[in-house]
Design a protein around this ligand. Structure first.
Ligand code: NAD
Length: 470
């Protein structure tokens, strides 16, 4: 992006369209204007909706080809995407590179799924009323999928929505976060280059009112959302009988048992609390450590966190960059009460230094509300029982990590933790893009992971045959 020629229009009909309403996008570390993006007006939204509603998908192998071409183009321009993520989202170089690499993989996985959308033969003669009949199921697109996405994974989350939705034969209208619209446009330009038909993808910019207009229209059949629990609840209510995928908030926990391999566990936990300045829904908010190893873990973990470098995300040595805004950093700062701060706690602009607090009160904001910032709470626990009750006691249920060398402990946790994913000898933040990924309770429902999302973003239709001779 040497000349800083950002794509700033809404993407409709394979073209970028300017409108009269503008949205300012700033560099999240330098706090300077980057670009002004066009907000979708009602006529632009109507054009996107009517193109999407009349979209006819091409064959699965052609959709796979288009997704593979997008993937190849993204791989060829990875530095441009990385640099844009550094500026627009404030991600340190390493986090930005990681996000681009994962988005490349997510598109590759989506391309593969486009070729294997099948159904099953129904064994009708297994029940008396079915004798002499035959039948099979097939999966058909839901039609128009609306994707509403957050700022904290502005490329890979977008690929997790667009990739499977397009693979399944749907038209997609993306409403990306108003805080990170530029990277969505750069991705959309690759879809145009890759031969995506004009109705296949639209990107409409703006805040909640643009999403609400897309909810009020009856043409979309599916809403794929990642973001806060409050916004998800509102979107789900407005979707009515239309289906939704809800990837929402979390208070993610990771447990270190006394029998764990601490040399493996501690570095993984340091890494998993502060990526993207802790603005990751599975970022470790509660680190629960069995009492007999608590002092050792505290010392080594706090030492590791204390070595993380906070500051300019464009510099190679930076581990922790700014939060998405000064207001977001102030919000997190305001959540810290009278807890013991073991390291960090200082704020400069949008950069909050990596912070570890010890034993917050059970009813403190730090243990009862999603922090979504570079703060981890270190809490000693008596046993697995206490860890399970602390995790199950939150409103949320996204993912939990557990470090142990005991298989019974691992199975007990797997059976009893009420979360979408339990990762043994990994942190709550562990994710490979092919796996089913989703939460329960206030963390939502439905699954990302292209194989699983393709199922959700398509409808199962049954075809039966009777009266066949022979
Ligand atoms: P957000 O909910 O403020 O915004 C997300 C998107 O929803 C944006 O595009 C926004 O414009 C839109 N939006 C906001 N309010 C809306 C409303 N009332 N109606 C319709 N659309 C609305 O979230 P954010 O601040 O961008 O992201 C942070 C949140 O996302 C955190 O709570 C985090 O846990 C969650 N998140 C969850 C996952 C997951 O997989 N479970 C992943 C990433 C982020």
């Amino acid at each position: 992006m040497a000349g800083k020629e950002y794509l700033t229009g809404c993407f409709v009909g394979s073209h970028f369209v300017d409108t009269r309403d503008a949205l300012a996008v700033e560099d999240k570390f330098r706090l300077k204007a980057l670009a002004s993006v066009s907000v979708a007006t009602p006529d632009v939204a109507e054009r996107a909706l009517s193109l999407a509603a009349s979209y006819q998908p091409t064959a699965g192998y052609r959709r796979a080809e288009i997704l593979r071409r997008v993937r190849d183009r993204l791989a060829a321009r990875r530095e441009a995407f990385r640099d844009l993520l550094v500026a627009e989202a404030g991600f340190p170089l390493r986090d930005a590179e990681g996000e681009v690499a994962r988005a490349i993989e997510t598109l590759a996985l989506s391309a593969e799924e486009a070729k294997r959308i099948g159904g099953e033969v129904v064994p009708f003669d297994g029940a008396p009323g079915g004798a002499g009949r035959m039948g099979f199921t097939m999966r058909v697109p839901v039609g128009v999928v609306v994707a509403i996405t957050p700022f904290n994974a502005p490329l890979n989350t977008v690929c997790h929505k667009i990739g499977p939705a397009f693979a399944a034969g749907n038209a997609v209208i993306l409403k990306p976060s108003e805080k990170t619209p530029l990277v969505a446009n750069l991705l959309a330009s690759l879809f145009a280059e890759a031969g995506c038909p004009p109705g296949g993808l639209a990107v409409l910019h703006g805040g909640p009112p643009v999403a609400e207009a897309l909810l009020a229209d009856q043409r979309p059949g599916f809403y794929a959302f990642t973001g806060s629990t409050a916004a998800g609840a509102s979107i789900h209510a407005k979707a009515g009988l239309r289906r939704t995928q809800m990837e929402l908030g979390s208070i993610a926990g990771t447990i270190i048992m006394a029998d764990a391999d601490l040399d493996m566990a501690i570095p993984k936990c340091v890494g998993a609390s502060f990526r993207k300045a802790g603005q990751v829904c599975t970022s470790i908010q509660m680190l629960l450590v069995e009492r007999s190893v608590y002092d050792e873990v505290r010392e080594r973990y706090v030492d590791g966190v204390g070595r993380l470098v906070a500051g300019d995300p464009a510099e190679a040595g930076t581990d922790v960059g700014p939060m998405i805004s000064v207001a977001a950093a102030e919000r997190v700062e305001g959540m810290l009460g009278g807890e013991t701060v073991l390291t960090g706690g200082a704020r400069e602009g949008a950069v909050l230094s990596p912070t570890v607090i010890e034993r917050p009160a059970d009813d403190s904001r730090a243990l009862t509300e999603e922090i979504f910032g570079p703060v981890a709470c270190l809490v000693p626990i008596e046993d697995l029982e206490e860890a399970i009750s602390r995790i199950n006691g939150t409103l949320y249920g996204l993912a939990t990590g557990l470090f142990t060398s005991d298989i019974d402990t691992a199975f007990a946790a797997a059976r009893r933790l009420r979360v979408g994913g339990v990762h043994i000898n990994e942190t709550s933040s562990s994710r490979v893009d092919l796996m089913p990924y989703g939460g329960v309770k206030a963390s939502g429902f439905g699954h990302e992971g292209p194989k699983y999302a393709v199922r959700e973003m398509s409808e199962e239709r049954l075809i039966t045959f009777s009266g066949l001779s022979g």
